[in-house]
Design a protein around this ligand. Sequence first.
Ligand code: KE4
Length: 428
Amino acid sequence: MPHRNRSSALFADALQHFPGGVNSPVRAFRAVGGQPFFVESAEGAWLTDVDGNRLLDYVCTWGPAILGHAPRGVLEAVRAAADRGTSFGTPHAGEISLAQRVKQAVPGLERLRFCNSGTEACMTAIRLARGFTRRDLIVKFDGCYHGHADSLLVRAGSGALTLGQPDSAGVPAALAQLTLVLPYNDPDALRQTFATKGREIAAVIVEGVPANAGLYLPRPGYYELLEQLCRNHGALLICDEVMTGFRLGPDGAQGHFGLHPDLSCFGKIIGGGLPVGAVGGRAEIMDHLAPLGPVYQAGTLSGNPLAMAAGLATLDELAAGNAYEVLESLGTQLEIGMRDAAKASGVDVHWQRIGSMFCGYFTSRPVHNLSDALLADRDRFGRFFHGMLDAGIYLAPSQFEAGFISTAHTPDDIESTIRAASRVLRTL
Ligand code: KE4
């Protein structure tokens, strides 16, 4: 059992400064019990905490670290950019370079607007959709998380779900009522909603792959139906690729599933670990954004030169090699091993994966939506989480989060993870 005395001391101090001792709720370990550890440094697939414990990292700072931590090329790009200044508040060429790289990978993006988080990207997308269509209703899916903008904190996933607050306090009922929440993977609910309210719907926003209630996948035909209903009723389709963008492949979930959204949201990987978000789409929609159009959106640090440099170096490295083949191979190895470990242990774990994103639900049944996910045994997951942490393996501290593999993980890392899981599952 590794000792975490310095982390404990720092957490006691952090509790004096931050609500719950953290700057983002899911980091607080509230879903799994215990206290969070404090990281001293990170390199490759590994974290080192302040007590010197090394942890094999399957959270990857919630997705951005697809190349592993502190990749040399990204660090060099950020250092070179920093030598020229950290923020200008003016246009600079780095914005154009990153925009070109994103547009090169994702068809249909005629314009982009960079911001500083996935939340800002999704908040902008729904405001833009409302301004463009002059309609008020937004449709989202229960358990999906699109950041913490008011209109999207309705039956939300991720930390909101983890903490049992899917509907946040502080969101006026009058605003929440303009967000319709549907069960995911339910074609009849989609058809019924569009039949009765189709002409009032400004947009439907959907995660490329719902990965904020664990990880579940669209059933065959579901996205085709969603896209058709949006087209038929003049509603915009917003694909939230904050997590899936450049994670599932260069063209993300929309490329994987053949989706043609009107607007796409990005974050995480396109910033290479620095704060970035982006919303993109056809010029006829995007040009409604100020200063051209009437929909206002702004940001002091939008297009920050260091973040642009980190994002560009990350996407260049992903484009240069066979990253996605490596990630698929590691993901397959982990999936097969974890399924075998669960079967041998007699513990019900239903493993779901797409590429380098995964979730082990502690349930015997497949998970297709939030209702299925809520059947998972969260207490058992919590004990598994801590058993793996004590074995030096850091999984996402909630049953309702996805795990991530980076190109810095090795087959031996995966093998040791499977061995540890075999041991821990037997103790549950
Ligand atoms: P940020 O504002 O956290 O950069 O992005 C919000 C967001 C939007 N869309 C999707 C699909 C997302 O997954 C996220 C954020 N993801 C969570 C992890 N599930 C961030 C972790 C956290 O909140 O600390």
